[in-house]
Structure formats: structure tokens, C-alpha cells
Design a protein around this ligand. Structure first.
Ligand code: TIU
Length: 226
């Protein structure tokens, strides 16, 4: 058992029953000109999350921790996109042509994950329709099969897909940790509020910690890695 120094409680975890979950590090969200920017997001706040996320990902791989990635997106005919979602977006809409192909459509360049944190063999990609990673996906089954109890979350955006997924995981009984610098929000105050909401009431949705605390907890496990 290892321990991560976190808020509002230190989190005990066993690396074999833990997984790193990166939510929607997709070009459409994080790169300038994509859906995220058109929604009004300052993508610099999202891009900032990638270097620390890359470091945690490298350490998780080094110690043999399970890793999963998610992508938000839809079928090319948009038959799986609820009308209520299709009509919202501000300046741009799902399925329309963007600078990196059709916005949030599976198979388009923009829908895929940025190179810095791109999945490798053995790291499943969960394609999801909604904001939460559990809704209408096989994520829960995979975590069950792997015997996972603890989830470390990074990705974008803090207050939308990351927080929704973490709430879903918490309701399903997983211990959850939000990596505060490996996630980014539409603006600073939303990011801070999302972190505060996790921590309230003694950790109502789990705990939060900067990536350095996770790396410090994983470091001693490198020697023993399979
Ligand atoms: N709206 C917004 O900022 N984000 C999303 O719709 N998706 C994710 O957070 N990935």
C-alpha cells in the first residue's frame, strides 16, 4: 500500500488496483481553432495541463499502472447525438467542419488525442457520447475485470467531462483522486471551483493533489515494477 499526500485526506492506494484515467485530451478541445476554443474556452488553460499529464503518464507506465483514455464524440451520421446537444455550442456545432475535420466526429483528426499523451498498446480508449465516461460505455466493465478500486483523473475540462466522470466513478464506489495540474477548465475560477467541490464535505467526490505528489508516491515503486 502507498499513500499520496492529498486534500482533504491522504489517499492510500495499491498500484495494482489503481488506474490513471485521462479524459478527452482531444485536439478539438485543447488546440487553438478547435471546438473548445469556439465554445469560448481559453485553450492555454487546457494546454498547460499537458506537460504535467505527460510526466504522470510516463511514471504510471514505468510502474505498470493501468491507464485508460477517453474521447467525446459521435458517429458520422450523428444518430447518437441528442438534439439537445447538437443545438448547443455557441459559435460552432458538433458535426460541422472545423479546422481539424468534422467537430467531435469519430474518425476526424480533431476528435483524436494529442500526441503528447497518446495511448499506447494496452491502454484502452473509451469512446463516449456524453460528458461522463461511464454513461453508455464499457468503462465500468473494464475496471471491474482489472480489479480496480482507485482512479486518478486528469484531462479536460475540469468542470465538465473530468468532474462528471469523477462524480460517476465516486457513485460507483471508486476512490477518486483529481490531479489538479493535469486538468484545465474554461476559466480559472471554474477550475478552482471544480477542485473546491471535490474537496468539500471531507472529500465528497474524492481527493485532489498536484501531480508531483503522485509522482513522489509512485517513484519508490519503480524498482519493483513488473
Ligand atoms: N464544454 C466543455 O468545456 N467540455 C466538453 O464539452 N467536454 C469535455 O469537457 N471534455
Amino acid at each position: 500500500m502507498s499513500t499520496i499526500n492529498a486534500d482533504p485526506f491522504d489517499l492510500d492506494f495499491d498500484v495494482a488496483s489503481s488506474a490513471l484515467v485521462f479524459i478527452d485530451f482531444q485536439r478539438d478541445f485543447v488546440l487553438p481553432g478547435g471546438f473548445g476554443e469556439e465554445l469560448g474556452n481559453d485553450t492555454s488553460l487546457l494546454l498547460k495541463a499537458i506537460p504535467p499529464a505527460k510526466d504522470v503518464l510516463a511514471k504510471a507506465r514505468e510502474v505498470g499502472m493501468h491507464v485508460l483514455h477517453t474521447r467525446e464524440g459521435h458517429r458520422p451520421d450523428l444518430s447518437d447525438c441528442p438534439p439537445a446537444k447538437l443545438t448547443r455550442g455557441g459559435n460552432t456545432f458538433i458535426g460541422t467542419d472545423g479546422p481539424m475535420g468534422r467537430i467531435l466526429v469519430r474518425g476526424s483528426k480533431g476528435h483524436d488525442i494529442v500526441e503528447d499523451v497518446y495511448p499506447i498498446d494496452g491502454e484502452p480508449i473509451i469512446d463516449k457520447l456524453g460528458k461522463g465516461a461511464f454513461y453508455q460505455t464499457d468503462l465500468h466493465q473494464i475496471l471491474f475485470d482489472w480489479g480496480i478500486k482507485t482512479l486518478f483523473f486528469g484531462g479536460v475540462t475540469t468542470e465538465v467531462c473530468v468532474q462528471t466522470s469523477m462524480r460517476e466513478a465516486n457513485d460507483r464506489g471508486f476512490e477518486c483522486l483529481l490531479l489538479t495540474d493535469c486538468t484545465g477548465a474554461t476559466d480559472k475560477s471554474n477550475h478552482e471551483a471544480a477542485i473546491k467541490m471535490v474537496q468539500m464535505q471531507g472529500g465528497v467526490f474524492g481527493a485532489t493533489a498536484p501531480s508531483i505528489n503522485v509522482i513522489r508516491a509512485l517513484e519508490p515503486l519503480v524498482e519493483a515494477a513488473p
